[in-house]
Write a protein that binds this ligand. Structure first.
Ligand SMILES: *Cc1c(COP(=O)(O)O)cnc(C)c1O
Length: 212
């Protein structure tokens, strides 16, 4: 498994920027693949399903350590209690109903998470995220009415060859809210995302290999 650590270190030295967080997206990979990165000192990991993450991470997350778990996939409100218990960051905040539910469990579990608002920058039916023209009102709802800590915006841009345009849009939208964090950039497009000031890269296959 040292190939995983090798790949990770190569990317890290390419990026060469302490202000950029690499989230190692370990979905579908068992703990055997993850352990070498933890041993090498890496702290940020991403999963896209609450149930899978619970099976894989619950034990480790119940022990005192500095591991940070990021939920990067769609979250249904009926799973938000488990999500608040397990995760430190949620990148897929995309509805008032979800914000209501997360606020409720932050209070009852006495735990605060950090959030990214997911924006459907390409207005694609199959992708989640709020429409771009609702960013301001949804941000106000989350921060003023729900007291959620919003770090910035997140997007999975369409595969239309215009990732520059989409990343630039997200950067400008985030900056206009006065937010500096941006969750964007995956294995195929992270170099472009860095050009537009991504702060949180979500990297899976480039670290762990292809998901079958
Ligand atoms: C799977 C996934 C990633 C990582 O994708 P790779 O192409 O393997 O880097 C990033 N973000 C989200 C939301 C994902 O679901």
């Amino acid at each position: 498994m040292s190939i995983i650590v090798d790949r990770f270190n190569k990317i890290k030295s390419y990026i060469n920027n302490e202000d950029i967080t690499i989230i190692a997206v370990s979905k579908t990979f068992s703990f055997d693949y993850i352990a070498p990165l933890i041993e090498a000192g890496h702290l940020h990991f991403g999963e896209n399903k609450v149930q899978e993450a619970e099976t894989k991470w619950k034990k480790l997350k119940s022990e005192p350590n500095k591991i940070k778990l990021h939920l990067i996939g769609k979250l249904q409100s009926n799973k938000s209690k488990k999500a608040v218990e397990l995760f430190d960051y949620i990148h897929s905040l995309d509805s008032q109903k979800l914000a209501d539910s997360l606020e409720k469990y932050e209070k009852s579990l006495n735990k605060k998470l950090k959030y990214f608002i997911q924006v459907n920058v390409g207005m694609e039916n199959q992708k989640s995220g709020i429409p771009p023209n609702e960013i301001d009102s949804f941000y106000n709802y989350c921060t003023k009415e729900k007291n959620l800590e919003i770090l910035g915006l997140m997007a999975i841009p369409p595969n239309d060859g215009n990732e520059d345009k989409h990343f630039k849009f997200l950067y400008e939208a985030s900056a206009s809210l006065g937010l500096k964090d941006l969750s964007m950039g995956m294995s195929a497009d992270y170099k472009t995302a860095i050009k537009y000031k991504a702060t949180h890269l979500r990297l899976g296959s480039i670290i762990f290999g292809d998901r079958s």
